[in-house]
Design a protein around this ligand. Sequence first.
Ligand SMILES: [Fe+2]
Ligand SMILES: [Fe+2]
Length: 393
Amino acid sequence: MPNRIPKAQADLGDLALHEGGAMLLRRAIAPLREGDLLEICGGSSELVEQLPAWCRQQGHRYLPLNKGAGFHWIERGASDPPLIRPAQELAETAEPAWGLAPRGATVEAGGPAFSFPLRRKREVWAEELDAIRQQAANNQWSLIRDISWNALPRLAPELEIAVSQAMTFLTENEFAALYIPARFLARIHPHYREVLEVLAFQVTDEARHAEAFTRRAEAGGTGLGTTANSGQLSLHTLLEESEFTTAVFLLCVMGEGTFLTLLQFLEENAPDPVTAALMRYAHRDEARHVAFGVSHLRYVLQREPERRPALAAAVERRSRLLASISGLSPYVHDALVILAGGGLSPEQVREGARRVAVLHREMDRARSERLQALGFSAEEAVRLSAHHTKNFM
Ligand SMILES: [Fe+2]
Ligand SMILES: [Fe+2]
């Protein structure tokens, strides 16, 4: 090959290509341009056969050389696939062709286009994601390590049955709260991985809550209570919601927001330390889920305030669908009254019913406040809160 000067050299020592020589070769050839020469020196006798084959496979040209044994030339071809450089910073829109590449990575072009329907930042983002993720990571708890199950006393039968009924109701709701983020998780583009992480923690939290509440019901010996149609109908309308922001609004702001008040009530009125501890831990997790909901809604509404009426309409639509439900299921209502009153005597029932009435007012007040914090007018907030499902979630 007269008149041509190699642009670079690669010393393979005595490595054959399958012994790691191919890696050294790839690194040496990568910075060269199409048509540049690479000179290879190597002592392995296998290179004479391996190099021409490797060049054919990689799209380069092997050039015969009379320089002597142990020296070879390769002319670089143009076989590298073109590269895409996705946005290194958060983009407003993520491209399907970025696929599963982590944000910041370079991507070979020509890969499959993944279908992630939620690929606009505005559809999924929230400002406080970092703080929420950090809290979620720090506050994971274990129902084996952190709950003293042997501190569970033998309760009066009416109290134990009431606890089990409350746990049954909570668990149904935990399943809804698990399925909704889980379903949306798979639709969100990985460019917005912080959202995926927050939702993944949420799913883990709900799975733990479901397990904890079921276990508490079983631990007392009476087993689980009854699931009412009214509760299931209410959750069914929630699971049907197909739009992410609306689902987050209904679940995390309206539903889990209401559950914060319920969990606090159950902690205060728990007849045993195990139930109280479970309510306390679950409340801490739910506060985080509500924080994500409020933060996401704030992000969306700051940019698209015109979406507020559609969110209000979603609450009203649910209310119409649930018009046949007159109120909270008697199973749940009665259990709350017994727990709050401490028993079944008329005096206890009077006190329990009074406290449950206060609970409803407190839930309503907290919902209205939360709605106003999202920019709904006081009047609208009161009206929407009143339309919220009587089954709390
Ligand atoms: Fe939960
Ligand atoms: Fe939750």
